[in-house]
Design a protein. Structure first.
Length: 231
């Protein structure tokens, strides 16, 4: 068994998040502590509006906590430069959303190439990397189709491929199967779990789907601004 302490990727310490709304302070997160290690797979469950997306955004460096520390490989991601944070977000953390946010004017392979191009790879290198990852996803034959010509499941596979092209250490997925039929959702989940198992990519998935949650190694419930681990 791995020494989990040596493999620690992401640490959340006393995370609070407040929103001011019409003179009222809404306290969404009230002191979250969480350690995520290499190879972990964690489901975060909870009612709509409980703060699952907010928590994932803070983990991924997309939103600032009101209070608390987020460390990625022992670096406080909110104390480093914007440029360093952008590099971590682009290369180390794969983000997958319920709504895939593919660029409609680009075809599948061009969408997947984007993070590699941003990282400074040549067009040729990025194209080769994207083609390889699309093949892994089983949709190489759809590489030249635009998002509007793809099914929901194919679009989500392209979005996952885009999140994986830079070889991230962790994937943060927000309701990644929420818009998909049961069979397609099952296939997407199998794909993610295979990556977790074979490549040791840590995975945190926010979901309402308990069938999906029970396939993760750890299940947490976000309730009243706090995380409770289900045994």
């Amino acid at each position: 068994m791995n020494n989990m302490n040596n493999d620690k990727l992401l640490t959340l310490k006393d995370i609070h998040k407040h929103f001011d709304h019409k003179g009222y302070t809404l306290k969404v997160l009230k002191g979250i502590d969480l350690d995520i290690s290499k190879g972990d797979s964690i489901a975060i469950t909870g009612a709509s509006g409980s703060g699952k997306t907010t928590l994932l955004n803070i983990m991924g460096g997309l939103d600032f906590p009101t209070k608390g520390i987020v460390q990625f490989c022992n670096k406080n991601i909110y104390e480093i430069s914007e440029n360093e944070l952008n590099i971590i977000r682009n290369r180390e953390i794969g983000l997958v959303f319920q709504f895939h946010y593919l660029l409609p004017e680009l075809n599948a392979i061009e969408n997947v190439m984007m993070p590699a191009l941003i990282a400074g790879y040549t067009q040729k290198q990025a194209h080769s990397m994207a083609l390889e990852i699309l093949e892994k996803m089983g949709i190489k034959d759809r590489a030249n189709h635009r998002p509007g010509e793809l099914s929901g499941g194919e679009q989500q596979r392209v979005a996952i491929a885009r999140s994986l092209i830079m070889g991230p250490r962790i994937i943060l997925a927000d309701e990644p199967t929420g818009n998909l039929d049961r069979n397609t959702a099952h296939n997407i989940l199998n794909l993610l779990l295979e990556l977790n198992k074979k490549e040791g990519i840590a995975m945190v998935i926010a979901t309402h789907n308990m069938e999906l949650a029970f396939r993760m190694k750890r299940i947490m419930e976000l309730r009243d601004g706090l995380l409770f681990e289900k045994k």
